[in-house]
Each structure stands twice: as structure tokens, then as C-alpha cells.
Design a protein around this ligand. Structure first.
Ligand code: NDP
Length: 505
């Protein structure tokens, strides 16, 4: 079994009390590793190391070009170790090896490359023209915030970690990251690779695995921290806001979702069905912006739903380490049980699902059927049903009929969330008008899940605060300082503004 360590102040080490917790392959129950269980003292030590590294300027005073080169080197390191990192990611979290190799690990290195480019190309100083005051020059300087902490969920650990670390470091901050307890391994391994390659000065990047209730809380509450970026459930997001408020630190929150994928009656039905399937069942629906409500126009409803059921029935469930598998296990038995609870609720609310509604049968020997769940589709779901309002975070699709575009928009917006969404249509003007009405952070037209580092991502309403990625996601890791320079260094008659205080200065 591989040995994993915390990264604190440039040192790879065990937790301060030597404690660990086990992590398992959810498909088989095999013990994969004993993960170091950081204590609250370890969290404080990591924050202190990041504070020192920021305050002594070893990172914050490097040039943007130097930081850009280091982030590019991290991206290269990820790519060079992509096979190993993909294996770790898939085995630890239950996502398919195909997803890990094609999306998770390249997605991580892509984020480092994008933010390397941001560091190199975004101006650190921007002149301001105009303004009422005489003989002055004005500009804004973009400066690092300081110590930035990141707390991430278990569904996309490698990408989520990259989205927190890369922009923070690109902007000259130092970073402390806590992965989710279910899925700590890929980011601990990346931390180890970075430390072994001696890519960053001590304390610039710290990675600590451990419980959210202690380690996570410390990262949000500690007054030495200048920003906390959190991805996870809305419930814990609220707690992060409370904890951060003590020292008035900014937060970025990427929270839950119950996104609508709207299928208009002029859509290419085959393409739209593929988009709905992909938008719902990718990674078993354990994706925050999944389109778990498919809103389908009444005139095409029956034909479209039967296409969905047909396609869903062809998804291959099995060992996530097999390249031919479409859907692996849920992250853990408790997540599979949550899905089963919601499906039971759905049966009460709307009746029998058209497909799924149970764990799979006939899995290969050694696979734990209780940790898997079949893709499940409920039809004619009222949007007020709990299964249409609450985030299930599993392979469950609610199909909801609508009559016209205005009703589709109203149903889509009838949610406490606003993270993702889709519109499937052959009429782009119509689709864009529908997209404009949707109160959500991203809309994909004739597509779904098209997330990339170049484009901002985040939520409306209770799906979160702030944006990650894009130029917005880079600027979110900077302070804005306005500098006013009176170029008349002496001898000037005092100007009008001073007379606001006194007529005789
Ligand atoms: P949680 O909110 O339970 O946990 C997320 C992270 O927060 C984990 O690292 C967890 O640690 C930590 N944590 C838990 N309690 C606290 C606390 N009191 N203080 C500080 N940190 C804490 O979410 P899940 O990991 O269960 O992920 C699923 C949820 O995340 C879904 O609701 C999903 O919608 C959302 N999500 C949102 C995304 C987005 O971009 N908007 C992306 C991905 C997921 P530990 O693991 O040790 O408990």
C-alpha cells in the first residue's frame, strides 16, 4: 500500500498525533491506503507556514513570469504522471478510469496552464483616466490577497483542487488545501510530486487531509487566512460563511444544484437525448451542475422520453477501472443509500420509474452491488415534488413536461439553486432567448457539462457566491488597490477640494 503524507511548510509528514483513517475502493471495498488525519494543530501549522511564506515575500514578490513558469512546470508534472494519477483518482472515488484519463487529470493540468497564462498576461497595473481632481495620475494595482484556503468535495477531487490552488498561486498568494475525506489521495500524491521536484518554496502550497469538522473549520475561521474558497454542499457552505465572517474574509462558494435541461420541440431529438443522458448520468449524477431536471415540450414528450429510456438502458455499469465501463460505483455505500431513499420517495410522489430504481444485478464477482445504482428516470414529475427540488447527487433524472417557452423558463427558475442548465433546440435565437431568462450561472445550448478553465463557472441563488475560472476566477484571488499620484510635488496652490475642510489652508 502506498504511503501518503501531509505537505506542510515544504515537508512531507504524518499528522502531529500519527493518526490515520482508511480509504477504500468503493467498487470492491478493498482498503487502498491509510490517509494521514491532520489535527487542528496541523491545520494551524499549515496556515502559519502559508502566512510566513506570504509575509516573507518568497512567493508574493516573485514576478508574474516566474509564477507562470512554476505553474506551467506543475502542469507538465501532472501530464508526466497522468497515468498514475488517473489510476489513483478512479480507484479512490469510484469515477471511471475513462473519466479520470480523459477529463479529471487533463482538466487539472489544464487549469494550471490557464492560470499560468493569466499570471503572464493579465496586467498588474491598469491606468485610470478621467476624474475630478487636478494634476493627478490614477491607477489600480492588482495585488495578492495573502493566505488562501481551499476546501473541496469528493466528486471531482483533482479538478477541484486544481481550481483552488492554481489561481491562488498564479496571483501570488499562498495556499492551504483540504481534500474531502473520501478522496484525498490524488491531491496528496500531487503534493508529494511537487515537493519531490522542489518546485515551490516551503509553505507556498500546503495540503492537509482530515475531517471537515476540525481541519476544514480551522481553514475557514482562522484570522491568519485572507480568503476561503469552498466547493461542497449548500449546508456546509452556510457554515463556511459564518466561520469566515469572524475575520470578515471573502469567500467563494460553489454549492449544490438542481439544474434544468430544456428540450424544445424543434430540437434534433437524438442529439438532445444524448445531451440529456450525458448531462444527467456522467459520474452517476454526482456532479453539482448535472441537468437532473429534463424539461421536455409536451408535443415531443412521449417520443423523447422513450429515446431517453432506450439510451439509459445501454449504459454499462461495472468496475470503474475497466476502460469499457460507463458507470462505476457511487462514492460510498452511504451515497448509494441516499439515492435509494430518494427513489423510494419518488415512488411515493410520482409512481414507478420508467427505468432503474434498484441496484444492478449480475455484476462481476468481487464488486459490491450495494455500492452501485442503476440510472433511474422518473416521468411526469411535478416540479414541486421533492425529487425535483432537492439535490440527490446520484443517477436520478426527473422528466417534467411543459407547454411553451415561458413555462419552461418559469419551471427552470422554480428552484432554490441556479448553477447549470441546458437548452436543446435547432433554433438558436429561440434557444438564446430561453437561456437569457434562466437564472443560473451557466447555460449550454445544444450541449451540456462544457466546463473549461477559460470560462467562468459559479452559481446564482443558493448555488453559491463568486466565480471560479476565466479571468473572473483569476481576479477573485487579487486585491484591488487604487493609487492616486499628485504629480505636483511642491509649490502648488491648494485646490478646491481642500476647501471642503477649510477656506484658509
Ligand atoms: P460537503 O459539503 O459535505 O463537504 C465538502 C467539503 O467540506 C469536504 O472537504 C468536507 O470534509 C468539508 N466539510 C464538511 N463539514 C465541514 C465544516 N463544518 N467546515 C469546513 N469544512 C467542512 O460536500 P460533499 O463532499 O458531500 O460533496 C457533495 C456536495 O458538493 C453536493 O451538494 C454538490 O452539489 C456540491 N458540489 C458543488 C460543486 C460546485 O462547483 N458548485 C462541485 C462539486 C460538488 P470531509 O470530507 O472531511 O467531510
Amino acid at each position: 500500500m502506498a504511503d501518503y503524507k501531509l505537505l506542510i511548510n515544504g515537508e512531507l509528514r504524518a499528522s502531529s498525533d500519527g493518526d490515520t483513517f482508511p480509504t477504500y475502493n468503493p467498487a470492491t471495498g478493498e482498503l487502498i491506503a491509510d490517509v494521514p488525519k491532520a489535527t487542528r494543530e496541523d491545520a494551524v501549522a499549515a496556515i502559519q507556514a502559508a502566512r510566513n511564506a506570504f509575509d516573507n515575500g518568497t512567493w508574493s514578490t516573485t514576478t508574474a513570469e516566474e509564477r507562470s513558469a512554476k505553474l506551467t512546470a506543475i502542469a507538465d508534472l501532472i501530464d508526466a504522471n497522468a497515468d498514475e494519477l488517473s489510476q489513483i483518482e478512479a480507484r479512490d472515488g469510484g469515477g471511471t478510469i475513462r473519466k479520470a484519463m480523459l477529463a479529471d487529470i487533463p482538466g487539472g493540468s489544464g487549469a494550471f496552464r490557464w492560470f499560468a497564462q493569466m499570471a503572464a498576461t493579465q496586467p498588474e497595473k491598469v491606468d485610470l483616466s478621467g476624474g475630478p481632481f487636478p494634476a493627478s495620475r490614477n491607477y489600480v494595482r492588482y495585488e495578492p490577497l495573502g493566505v488562501c484556503t481551499g476546501i473541496i468535495p469528493w466528486n471531482f477531487p483533482f479538478i477541484m483542487a486544481s481550481w483552488k490552488i492554481a489561481p491562488a498561486l498564479a496571483a501570488g498568494n499562498t495556499s492551504v488545501l483540504k481534500p474531502a475525506s473520501y478522496t484525498s489521495l490524488s491531491i496528496l500524491r500531487l503534493a508529494e510530486l511537487i515537493a519531490e521536484a522542489d518546485l515551490l518554496p516551503p509553505g507556498v502550497l500546503n495540503v492537509i487531509s482530515g475531517p471537515g469538522g476540525t481541519v476544514g473549520e480551522e481553514l475557514a475561521v482562522n484570522a491568519m487566512v485572507d480568503k476561503t474558497a469552498f466547493t461542497g454542499s449548500t449546508e456546509v457552505g452556510r457554515r463556511i460563511m459564518q466561520l469566515a465572517s469572524g475575520s470578515v474574509k471573502p469567500v467563494t462558494l460553489e454549492l449544490g444544484g438542481k439544474s434544468a435541461n430544456i428540450v424544445l420541440d424543434d430540437a434534433d431529438l437524438d442529439q438532445a437525448a444524448a445531451a440529456v443522458l450525458w448531462g444527467t448520468f456522467l459520474h452517476n449524477g454526482q456532479v453539482c451542475e448535472s441537468g437532473t431536471r429534463a424539461l421536455v415540450q409536451a408535443s415531443i414528450y412521449d417520443e423523447f422520453v422513450s429515446m431517453l429510456v432506450d439510451k439509459a438502458g445501454k449504459l454499462v455499469i461495472g468496475d470503474q477501472m475497466d476502460f469499457g465501463t460507463d458507470l462505476g460505483p457511487l462514492v460510498d455505500r452511504s451515497q448509494a443509500e441516499t439515492v435509494a431513499r430518494y427513489v423510494a420517495l419518488g415512488r411515493d410522489e410520482v409512481g414507478e420509474p420508467l427505468i432503474g430504481g434498484s441496484k444492478p444485478e449480475g455484476l462481476a464477482d468481487g464488486l459490491l452491488a450495494d455500492n452501485f445504482y442503476r440510472p433511474t428516470i422518473f416521468s411526469n414529475v411535478p416540479n414541486s415534488a421533492k425529487i425535483a427540488q432537492e439535490e440527490i447527487f446520484g443517477p436520478v433524472l426527473c422528466v417534467i413536461p411543459f407547454s411553451d417557452d415561458a413555462e419552461a423558463v418559469a419551471i427552470a427558475n422554480d428552484s432554490i439553486y441556479g448553477l447549470g442548465g441546458g437548452v436543446q433546440s435547432s433554433n438558436l435565437d429561440r434557444a438564446e432567448a430561453v437561456a437569457a431568462g434562466m437564472r443560473t450561472g451557466t447555460v449550454w445550448i445544444n450541449d451540456y457539462h462544457m466546463i473549461s478553465p477559460e470560462r467562468p463557472f459559479g452559481g446564482y441563488k443558493q448555488s453559491g457566491i463568486g466565480r471560479e475560472l476565466g479571468t473572473q476566477g483569476f481576479r477573485a484571488y487579487q486585491q484591488v488597490k487604487h493609487v492616486h499620484v499628485n504629480e505636483e510635488t511642491s509649490g502648488r496652490d491648494n485646490h478646491l477640494q481642500y476647501s471642503v475642510l477649510s477656506g484658509s489652508i
